[in-house]
Design a protein around this ligand. Structure first.
Ligand code: PLP
Length: 357
Protein backbone atom coordinates (compact mmCIF):
# COMPACT_ATOMS: atom_id res chain seq x y z
CA UNK A 1 0.00 0.00 0.00
CA UNK A 2 1.40 3.47 -0.79
CA UNK A 3 2.09 5.81 2.15
CA UNK A 4 -0.66 8.46 2.10
CA UNK A 5 0.85 11.93 2.71
CA UNK A 6 -1.53 12.68 5.60
CA UNK A 7 -1.86 9.16 7.04
CA UNK A 8 -1.06 9.07 10.78
CA UNK A 9 2.27 7.37 11.50
CA UNK A 10 2.80 4.98 14.38
CA UNK A 11 4.78 6.30 17.39
CA UNK A 12 7.72 4.06 16.42
CA UNK A 13 7.94 5.74 13.01
CA UNK A 14 7.48 9.21 14.49
CA UNK A 15 10.30 8.60 17.00
CA UNK A 16 12.65 7.80 14.13
CA UNK A 17 11.53 10.32 11.52
CA UNK A 18 10.29 13.49 13.27
CA UNK A 19 12.51 16.49 13.97
CA UNK A 20 14.83 16.12 10.99
CA UNK A 21 16.19 18.90 8.75
CA UNK A 22 14.56 19.33 5.30
CA UNK A 23 15.49 16.69 2.70
CA UNK A 24 17.79 18.39 0.20
CA UNK A 25 20.93 17.36 -1.68
CA UNK A 26 23.86 17.26 0.73
CA UNK A 27 21.68 18.48 3.60
CA UNK A 28 22.49 16.69 6.85
CA UNK A 29 20.19 13.89 8.04
CA UNK A 30 20.55 15.01 11.63
CA UNK A 31 19.99 18.45 13.13
CA UNK A 32 23.09 20.58 13.44
CA UNK A 33 24.29 21.41 16.94
CA UNK A 34 23.82 25.20 16.90
CA UNK A 35 26.00 26.76 19.60
CA UNK A 36 25.03 30.44 19.55
CA UNK A 37 24.21 32.90 22.32
CA UNK A 38 23.16 35.53 19.79
CA UNK A 39 21.86 35.80 16.22
CA UNK A 40 22.15 38.37 13.45
CA UNK A 41 19.53 41.08 13.97
CA UNK A 42 16.38 41.28 11.89
CA UNK A 43 14.87 37.84 12.66
CA UNK A 44 12.32 36.48 15.15
CA UNK A 45 14.73 34.98 17.71
CA UNK A 46 17.56 37.49 18.20
CA UNK A 47 19.09 36.06 21.39
CA UNK A 48 19.89 32.57 22.69
CA UNK A 49 17.44 32.70 25.60
CA UNK A 50 14.53 33.07 23.17
CA UNK A 51 15.21 30.15 20.86
CA UNK A 52 17.65 27.73 19.29
CA UNK A 53 17.31 25.60 16.11
CA UNK A 54 18.54 22.45 17.90
CA UNK A 55 15.92 22.79 20.65
CA UNK A 56 13.30 23.27 17.95
CA UNK A 57 14.18 19.97 16.28
CA UNK A 58 13.89 18.10 19.59
CA UNK A 59 10.64 19.93 20.38
CA UNK A 60 9.10 19.13 17.02
CA UNK A 61 9.85 15.41 17.53
CA UNK A 62 8.36 15.30 21.06
CA UNK A 63 5.41 17.44 19.93
CA UNK A 64 4.71 14.96 17.12
CA UNK A 65 4.89 12.02 19.54
CA UNK A 66 2.53 13.56 22.11
CA UNK A 67 0.27 15.32 19.60
CA UNK A 68 0.89 18.88 20.86
CA UNK A 69 3.29 21.84 20.94
CA UNK A 70 6.46 21.13 22.92
CA UNK A 71 8.70 23.52 24.87
CA UNK A 72 11.97 22.18 26.27
CA UNK A 73 13.46 23.24 29.60
CA UNK A 74 16.68 22.99 31.61
CA UNK A 75 15.37 19.98 33.57
CA UNK A 76 12.19 18.08 34.27
CA UNK A 77 11.66 20.20 37.36
CA UNK A 78 11.98 23.43 35.33
CA UNK A 79 9.18 22.09 33.09
CA UNK A 80 7.15 21.28 36.23
CA UNK A 81 7.66 24.85 37.52
CA UNK A 82 6.62 26.30 34.13
CA UNK A 83 3.44 24.20 34.00
CA UNK A 84 2.53 25.11 37.60
CA UNK A 85 2.95 28.76 36.66
CA UNK A 86 -0.19 28.34 34.49
CA UNK A 87 -2.14 28.50 37.78
CA UNK A 88 -3.70 31.95 38.27
CA UNK A 89 -2.56 34.02 41.27
CA UNK A 90 -4.28 32.63 44.40
CA UNK A 91 -5.58 29.60 42.45
CA UNK A 92 -6.20 26.07 43.71
CA UNK A 93 -4.08 23.11 42.57
CA UNK A 94 -5.36 19.56 43.13
CA UNK A 95 -2.80 16.76 43.18
CA UNK A 96 -2.11 13.32 44.58
CA UNK A 97 -0.05 12.88 47.77
CA UNK A 98 2.40 10.49 46.12
CA UNK A 99 3.67 12.50 43.15
CA UNK A 100 7.44 12.91 42.68
CA UNK A 101 8.63 14.60 45.86
CA UNK A 102 10.45 17.32 43.89
CA UNK A 103 7.17 18.38 42.27
CA UNK A 104 5.42 18.40 45.66
CA UNK A 105 8.28 20.50 47.02
CA UNK A 106 7.74 23.14 44.32
CA UNK A 107 4.01 23.14 45.13
CA UNK A 108 4.64 23.55 48.86
CA UNK A 109 7.04 26.40 48.20
CA UNK A 110 4.51 28.21 46.00
CA UNK A 111 1.86 27.65 48.67
CA UNK A 112 4.10 29.07 51.40
CA UNK A 113 4.67 32.13 49.24
CA UNK A 114 0.90 32.65 48.89
CA UNK A 115 1.07 32.08 45.14
CA UNK A 116 -1.48 29.21 45.17
CA UNK A 117 -3.06 26.67 47.50
CA UNK A 118 -2.79 22.89 47.28
CA UNK A 119 -5.50 20.28 47.78
CA UNK A 120 -4.16 16.74 48.16
CA UNK A 121 -6.44 13.91 47.11
CA UNK A 122 -6.00 10.29 46.07
CA UNK A 123 -6.53 10.72 42.32
CA UNK A 124 -7.21 6.98 41.99
CA UNK A 125 -10.35 7.45 44.14
CA UNK A 126 -13.11 8.71 41.76
CA UNK A 127 -15.53 10.01 44.42
CA UNK A 128 -12.87 11.93 46.39
CA UNK A 129 -11.42 13.34 43.15
CA UNK A 130 -14.83 14.48 41.88
CA UNK A 131 -15.27 16.49 45.09
CA UNK A 132 -11.72 17.87 45.18
CA UNK A 133 -11.72 19.27 41.62
CA UNK A 134 -14.71 21.53 42.33
CA UNK A 135 -13.40 25.10 42.21
CA UNK A 136 -9.89 23.98 41.25
CA UNK A 137 -7.83 25.90 38.70
CA UNK A 138 -5.29 23.21 37.86
CA UNK A 139 -5.19 19.44 38.38
CA UNK A 140 -1.71 17.90 38.54
CA UNK A 141 -1.72 14.17 37.84
CA UNK A 142 1.40 12.06 37.80
CA UNK A 143 0.73 8.57 36.43
CA UNK A 144 2.14 6.05 37.08
CA UNK A 145 3.29 7.74 40.29
CA UNK A 146 6.84 7.85 41.61
CA UNK A 147 7.58 5.55 43.47
CA UNK A 148 4.26 3.85 44.41
CA UNK A 149 3.31 3.25 40.74
CA UNK A 150 -0.36 4.10 41.15
CA UNK A 151 -2.26 4.62 37.92
CA UNK A 152 -4.83 7.37 37.35
CA UNK A 153 -7.79 7.02 34.95
CA UNK A 154 -6.83 9.92 32.66
CA UNK A 155 -9.95 9.85 30.55
CA UNK A 156 -12.24 10.23 33.58
CA UNK A 157 -9.96 12.86 35.12
CA UNK A 158 -9.90 14.81 31.82
CA UNK A 159 -13.71 14.93 31.77
CA UNK A 160 -13.90 15.91 35.46
CA UNK A 161 -11.26 18.63 35.15
CA UNK A 162 -12.90 20.10 32.03
CA UNK A 163 -16.32 20.11 33.73
CA UNK A 164 -14.80 21.95 36.71
CA UNK A 165 -13.05 24.45 34.41
CA UNK A 166 -9.60 23.34 35.61
CA UNK A 167 -6.52 22.76 33.47
CA UNK A 168 -5.27 19.17 33.57
CA UNK A 169 -1.49 18.73 33.59
CA UNK A 170 -0.09 15.18 33.45
CA UNK A 171 3.44 14.17 34.42
CA UNK A 172 3.83 11.25 32.04
CA UNK A 173 7.53 10.63 32.68
CA UNK A 174 7.10 6.95 33.72
CA UNK A 175 4.81 6.01 30.82
CA UNK A 176 6.42 7.88 27.87
CA UNK A 177 4.40 8.75 24.72
CA UNK A 178 4.89 5.17 23.53
CA UNK A 179 2.51 3.88 26.23
CA UNK A 180 0.35 6.90 27.11
CA UNK A 181 -0.61 10.10 25.25
CA UNK A 182 -2.63 12.19 27.72
CA UNK A 183 -3.39 15.03 25.28
CA UNK A 184 -5.58 12.54 23.36
CA UNK A 185 -7.76 11.97 26.45
CA UNK A 186 -8.36 15.52 27.60
CA UNK A 187 -5.13 16.73 29.23
CA UNK A 188 -4.08 20.32 28.52
CA UNK A 189 -0.35 19.90 29.15
CA UNK A 190 1.97 16.88 29.42
CA UNK A 191 5.24 17.16 31.31
CA UNK A 192 8.28 14.88 31.09
CA UNK A 193 11.56 14.62 32.85
CA UNK A 194 13.42 14.02 29.56
CA UNK A 195 16.32 13.02 31.81
CA UNK A 196 14.62 9.62 32.11
CA UNK A 197 13.17 7.53 29.25
CA UNK A 198 12.98 10.12 26.46
CA UNK A 199 16.76 10.62 26.40
CA UNK A 200 17.32 7.15 27.88
CA UNK A 201 21.08 6.98 28.48
CA UNK A 202 21.58 8.66 31.86
CA UNK A 203 23.78 11.38 30.36
CA UNK A 204 21.39 14.34 30.11
CA UNK A 205 19.26 16.56 32.38
CA UNK A 206 16.38 18.04 30.40
CA UNK A 207 12.62 18.63 30.62
CA UNK A 208 9.74 19.23 28.27
CA UNK A 209 6.17 20.51 28.58
CA UNK A 210 3.84 19.72 25.68
CA UNK A 211 0.74 21.91 25.36
CA UNK A 212 -2.55 21.08 23.74
CA UNK A 213 -2.80 24.52 22.06
CA UNK A 214 -0.71 27.49 20.97
CA UNK A 215 -1.99 29.78 23.72
CA UNK A 216 -0.76 27.46 26.50
CA UNK A 217 2.47 26.82 24.57
CA UNK A 218 3.06 30.59 24.32
CA UNK A 219 2.69 30.93 28.10
CA UNK A 220 5.20 28.12 28.69
CA UNK A 221 7.70 29.72 26.32
CA UNK A 222 7.21 33.06 28.06
CA UNK A 223 8.01 31.45 31.44
CA UNK A 224 11.15 29.86 29.96
CA UNK A 225 12.40 33.08 28.38
CA UNK A 226 11.60 35.24 31.40
CA UNK A 227 13.03 32.93 34.05
CA UNK A 228 15.92 31.71 31.91
CA UNK A 229 15.00 28.04 32.39
CA UNK A 230 16.46 27.14 29.00
CA UNK A 231 17.91 23.78 27.94
CA UNK A 232 21.52 23.33 26.95
CA UNK A 233 21.91 22.90 23.20
CA UNK A 234 23.98 19.74 23.44
CA UNK A 235 21.48 18.24 25.89
CA UNK A 236 18.64 18.80 23.38
CA UNK A 237 20.76 17.21 20.66
CA UNK A 238 21.63 14.18 22.78
CA UNK A 239 18.00 13.79 23.88
CA UNK A 240 16.85 13.76 20.26
CA UNK A 241 19.46 11.14 19.44
CA UNK A 242 18.21 9.04 22.36
CA UNK A 243 14.58 9.53 21.33
CA UNK A 244 15.22 7.69 18.05
CA UNK A 245 15.19 4.35 19.91
CA UNK A 246 12.52 5.19 22.49
CA UNK A 247 10.01 2.62 21.23
CA UNK A 248 12.63 -0.18 21.17
CA UNK A 249 13.92 0.64 24.65
CA UNK A 250 10.44 0.94 26.17
CA UNK A 251 9.31 -2.28 24.56
CA UNK A 252 12.27 -4.31 25.83
CA UNK A 253 12.41 -2.70 29.26
CA UNK A 254 8.68 -3.20 29.77
CA UNK A 255 8.82 -6.88 28.87
CA UNK A 256 11.81 -7.34 31.21
CA UNK A 257 9.89 -5.53 33.98
CA UNK A 258 6.79 -7.69 33.56
CA UNK A 259 8.87 -10.87 33.80
CA UNK A 260 10.83 -9.66 36.85
CA UNK A 261 7.63 -8.51 38.58
CA UNK A 262 6.17 -11.97 38.07
CA UNK A 263 9.23 -13.69 39.57
CA UNK A 264 9.57 -11.20 42.43
CA UNK A 265 5.95 -11.80 43.45
CA UNK A 266 6.92 -15.42 44.15
CA UNK A 267 10.20 -14.53 45.94
CA UNK A 268 10.15 -15.41 49.67
CA UNK A 269 12.07 -12.24 50.62
CA UNK A 270 9.61 -9.91 48.86
CA UNK A 271 6.44 -8.97 50.73
CA UNK A 272 4.82 -6.68 48.12
CA UNK A 273 5.35 -5.97 44.42
CA UNK A 274 4.01 -2.71 43.00
CA UNK A 275 3.75 -3.11 39.24
CA UNK A 276 0.76 -1.74 37.33
CA UNK A 277 1.59 -3.62 34.11
CA UNK A 278 2.49 -0.31 32.45
CA UNK A 279 6.08 0.70 31.81
CA UNK A 280 9.37 -0.54 33.21
CA UNK A 281 9.35 0.73 36.79
CA UNK A 282 8.75 -1.82 39.55
CA UNK A 283 8.73 -1.12 43.31
CA UNK A 284 9.15 -3.92 45.81
CA UNK A 285 8.95 -4.15 49.58
CA UNK A 286 11.44 -6.48 51.25
CA UNK A 287 11.01 -8.46 54.43
CA UNK A 288 14.06 -6.69 55.92
CA UNK A 289 15.14 -3.74 58.07
CA UNK A 290 16.18 -0.55 56.22
CA UNK A 291 19.88 -1.34 56.88
CA UNK A 292 19.47 -4.85 55.49
CA UNK A 293 17.69 -3.42 52.44
CA UNK A 294 20.59 -0.98 51.92
CA UNK A 295 23.02 -3.90 52.13
CA UNK A 296 21.00 -5.88 49.58
CA UNK A 297 20.83 -3.07 46.99
CA UNK A 298 24.55 -2.36 47.45
CA UNK A 299 25.32 -6.05 46.82
CA UNK A 300 24.14 -6.10 43.18
CA UNK A 301 26.87 -6.38 40.59
CA UNK A 302 24.95 -5.74 37.37
CA UNK A 303 22.13 -3.53 38.63
CA UNK A 304 23.48 -0.06 39.34
CA UNK A 305 22.86 1.23 42.86
CA UNK A 306 21.87 4.79 41.95
CA UNK A 307 18.95 7.16 41.82
CA UNK A 308 17.12 8.27 38.67
CA UNK A 309 15.56 5.95 36.13
CA UNK A 310 14.71 5.34 32.52
CA UNK A 311 18.22 4.57 31.27
CA UNK A 312 19.20 1.55 29.18
CA UNK A 313 20.92 0.16 32.29
CA UNK A 314 18.93 -1.29 35.20
CA UNK A 315 19.25 0.61 38.46
CA UNK A 316 17.74 0.43 41.91
CA UNK A 317 17.61 2.27 45.23
CA UNK A 318 15.83 2.37 48.57
CA UNK A 319 13.74 5.50 48.14
CA UNK A 320 13.59 6.49 51.81
CA UNK A 321 17.36 7.03 51.79
CA UNK A 322 16.34 10.50 50.53
CA UNK A 323 15.28 12.69 53.49
CA UNK A 324 12.73 14.53 51.28
CA UNK A 325 10.87 11.35 50.27
CA UNK A 326 7.31 11.08 51.61
CA UNK A 327 6.82 9.26 54.91
CA UNK A 328 4.00 7.35 53.14
CA UNK A 329 6.67 5.47 51.17
CA UNK A 330 7.65 2.36 53.18
CA UNK A 331 11.20 2.30 54.62
CA UNK A 332 11.83 -1.10 53.04
CA UNK A 333 10.67 -0.12 49.53
CA UNK A 334 13.16 -0.53 46.70
CA UNK A 335 12.41 1.15 43.38
CA UNK A 336 13.70 -0.73 40.35
CA UNK A 337 14.25 0.95 36.99
CA UNK A 338 14.38 -2.02 34.67
CA UNK A 339 16.66 -1.60 31.67
CA UNK A 340 17.17 -3.41 28.40
CA UNK A 341 19.75 -6.04 29.41
CA UNK A 342 19.11 -9.78 29.21
CA UNK A 343 16.34 -10.61 31.68
CA UNK A 344 18.01 -13.81 32.94
CA UNK A 345 21.20 -11.91 33.82
CA UNK A 346 19.11 -9.28 35.61
CA UNK A 347 17.21 -11.91 37.55
CA UNK A 348 20.31 -13.83 38.66
CA UNK A 349 21.98 -10.67 39.96
CA UNK A 350 18.84 -9.50 41.77
CA UNK A 351 18.08 -12.91 43.22
CA UNK A 352 21.65 -13.25 44.57
CA UNK A 353 21.56 -9.77 46.14
CA UNK A 354 18.13 -10.29 47.71
CA UNK A 355 19.36 -13.53 49.23
CA UNK A 356 21.90 -11.54 51.28
CA UNK A 357 21.44 -9.71 54.52
C1 PLP B 1 8.03 11.76 37.69
C2 PLP B 1 9.12 12.79 37.70
N1 PLP B 1 8.82 14.05 37.33
C3 PLP B 1 9.77 15.02 37.33
C4 PLP B 1 11.08 14.76 37.73
C5 PLP B 1 12.09 15.87 37.74
O1 PLP B 1 12.94 15.76 36.63
P1 PLP B 1 14.46 16.26 36.60
O2 PLP B 1 15.23 15.43 37.56
O3 PLP B 1 14.85 16.06 35.16
O4 PLP B 1 14.47 17.71 36.99
C6 PLP B 1 11.42 13.46 38.12
C7 PLP B 1 12.81 13.16 38.56
O5 PLP B 1 13.08 12.16 39.17
C8 PLP B 1 10.42 12.46 38.10
O6 PLP B 1 10.69 11.18 38.48
Amino acid sequence: MPLEPDAPLSPATVAVSAGRPPRQPDGPMNPPLVMASTYHAGGDVGYGRYGNPTWEMFESAVGALEGGVATSFASGLAAVAAALDLTPQGGVVVTGPDAYYGSLKVLRRLEQQGRLSVRLVDLTNPAATAEAVQGADLVWAETPTNPMLKVVDLEALGARSAAAGALLVVDSTFATPILQRPLETGADVVVHSVTKYLSGHSDVLLGVAVAHDMDLAGRLVEFRSTMGAIPGTFEAWLALRGLRTLHLRVDRAQSNAAELARRLAAHPGVTTVHYPGLGAMVSIELDRSPDQVEAAVAATRLWVHATSLGGVESSLERRRRWPGESADVPENLVRLSVGVEDVEDLWRDLDEALGLG
